[in-house]
Design a protein around this ligand. Structure first.
Ligand code: ATP
Length: 239
């Protein structure tokens, strides 16, 4: 299956510190690829480089087109979307207005996508008039993902969507990610909750100190007990 996103020898430097060393990986159309790794491994750096928020060297090809020269807005228009770890919601605005903001770069009515987001996350429909800042952690993560979906992305990048959430909320979020994949969306999922991520992913990549240390099917990665114990932090995580 051709890769929708293909990274080749990506290098990123923060000041004098190299955060990514020649990272190559691909995200096939309609698949979930998960990136695992310890704190500081370079996972967020990778997502920020792909969306165009960090300068990098190497090649980034999206849907057959090199996009290294594209700025962030152009990449979003092409169909890349990032849900950052901090979610970056507007807490004083309503749920619905936060969602509408996700369509800033698209013309046409918000209604069809609003309906789709509410079908995926009925809880957001119930809370549509409420302030985003009053939502629970799980609801805020739904809203952050929903806002990204409003722009009709082709590649959804999620930076640790399970962070700080109760197991039930993690399950809900990951079930939604699977539903999106089953509907044809491509997903690049950064997670520290390796057990949960490997359960839903089609392919896994382990980053270590900014390098790809292991790559393969979720089964292959999960079967590597030594690496799982040492690096993936499977400490009874649930989903
Ligand atoms: N803005 C920055 N300036 C300087 N160094 C940075 C910056 N952002 C990240 N780093 C460093 O780059 C390396 C990779 O960080 P990154 O946040 O990408 O890791 P991560 O795998 O996402 O970790 P975490 O799970 O903690 O978010 C770390 O050593 C980090 O300290």
């Amino acid at each position: 299956m051709p890769a929708l996103l293909a990274l080749d020898h990506l290098d990123v430097t923060h000041g004098s510190q190299r955060a990514l060393h020649g990272v190559s990986l691909g995200v096939p159309q309609g698949r979930i690829v998960t990136i695992l790794g310890e704190n500081g491994a370079g996972k967020s750096t990778l997502l920020h480089a792909v969306i165009g928020a960090l300068p990098c060297s190497g090649s980034i090809v999206f849907d057959g087109r090199p996009i290294e020269g594209f700025d962030l807005e152009a990449r979003v228009r092409l169909g890349l979307s990032l849900v950052p770890q901090q979610r970056e919601l507007f807490g004083g605005m309503s749920v619905e207005d936060n969602l509408r903001l996700g369509r800033f770069h698209r013309s046409g009515s918000s209604q069809p996508m609003l309906r789709e987001v509410f079908a995926l996350f009925p809880r957001l429909q119930e809370r549509r008039r409420g302030q985003a800042g009053t939502l629970s952690g799980g609801e805020q993560q739904m809203l952050a993902i929903g806002r990204a979906l409003m722009g009709e992305p082709r590649l959804l990048m999620l930076d640790e969507p399970s962070l700080g959430l109760a197991p039930q909320a993690v399950s809900q979020i990951l079930r939604a990610v699977v539903a999106l994949r089953d509907n044809g969306l491509s997903v690049l999922l950064v997670e520290q909750n390796a057990r949960a991520a490997l359960r839903i992913a089609d392919h896994g990549v382990l980053l270590e100190h900014g390098r790809v240390a292991l790559e393969g099917s979720p089964e292959d990665i999960a079967a590597d007990g030594r690496i799982v114990e040492a690096y993936l932090g499977l400490r009874g995580a649930t989903a």
